[in-house]
Design a protein around this ligand. Sequence first.
Ligand SMILES: Nc1nc2c(ncn2[C@@H]2O[C@H](COP(=O)(O)OP(=O)(O)O)[C@@H](O)[C@H]2O)c(=O)[nH]1
Ligand SMILES: [Mg+2]
Length: 327
Amino acid sequence: MTDAPPAPPGRLGRAGGQPASAADLVARLVGGERRAIATAVTELERMSDAVPDLLAAMQPHLGRALVAGFTGPPGAGKSTLVNAVIAHARTLGHRVGVIAVDPSSPISGGAILGDRIRMTAALDDDGVFVRSLASRGYLGGLSPAAVRVIDALDAAGFDLILLETVGTGQSEIDVAEVADVRVVISAPGLGDDIQAMKSGLLEIADILVVNKGDRPGAEQTLQQLVGALSIRATVRHDTPVLKTIAMTGDGVPVLFDAIEAVGRRIAADPPMARRRRRARYLIARAAADLVARRIKDGAGAQLDALADQVLSGLLTPDAAASVMLER
Ligand SMILES: Nc1nc2c(ncn2[C@@H]2O[C@H](COP(=O)(O)OP(=O)(O)O)[C@@H](O)[C@H]2O)c(=O)[nH]1
Ligand SMILES: [Mg+2]
């Protein structure tokens, strides 16, 4: 964890000895009060009972932030690069919120980003807010909680929100749905990384970054990416391919300009369109969770009955699934 300790669950912090209402908390959050932001983020992360009220109170304050997703294989340098982008964005006066989604435990994983941020002045800077979230049960992907935390940081006036996720399985799809700008990071020496990009990372990228530009093989990795872009039908052929050295900040201003350029391109979309995409994602995720829970909780006897019908040839498994969902 890199920010203030969470309030106890179910309470929204204290004001004058009384539990603060969601509206009060959001008013303080909108005013940029750090404790209020930390408390709201924790409530949203834990899906506490206060969440519906919080979301409702935040609605009028949403839609200003640009959300940039940083995804790629472990060790590519995402956290280091996020840190360098924070530093650059701060010199330009942006307020930066950071959400790092770690597939492992919040303790081991969160500490990694925390260490990188701690190396800079960012922790003492009111213009930066960092939170690591575990991706419990979401296979390395984004949890719906992470999407709600984006809203909290947006409402709190962070105009740039950086989202770090490991690019495996579900998370690349999540990032494509949730981020306004998708930055896909690779680095030389990570093995068969260009092949790994077949899994869809190239397709979602607005910007491709070869980090560790100081390492042997960086130029070759870059050329491979340029080559892969040119022969694939399903990608934008004008996707920028940039080289960075996150450790020194080399290439970071160019990357930042590229992020802003994509931001300008999509600024033609009304903010509502971007938020609608995130809302669609939340609904689809919630629906999938609901179905999974139904199957797990209540469907034992029904499943047995349907299985018998499948075995006796009365139903196909697909038809049985439909019966189950219609109940
Ligand atoms: N040589 C070199 N090492 C880097 C660079 N950026 C990050 N690293 C190192 O690569 C390792 C993984 O970095 P990290 O940011 O944790 O990667 P992540 O897993 O993608 O978040 C760390 O040891 C970093 O110090 C770079 O530009 N050049
Ligand atoms: Mg990392």
